[in-house]
Design a protein. Sequence first.
Length: 81
Amino acid sequence: MSTIARIRSKLEDELMTGFHCAIFPRQDETQILDLHDLYHHPTRRPFLKSYEYQVDKAFRSETRTEQMHTEVVAPLVDFAQ
């Protein structure tokens, strides 16, 4: 089993409301993603929760769908036949 992740581009409404990007591939280890979540606690000040995820393959937002298909989907289809 492989874990594949794609960091998508922000949607137009996310850009307009000023949402910050919260998931980043590590510069030196592209298979590790850092995820940051601003948690709004009901009775305390908001605080940042950070998580680390390791994946087999990560694609950045600039990656074209065709590249993902060639590298991930096509081999699965070939395997299933």
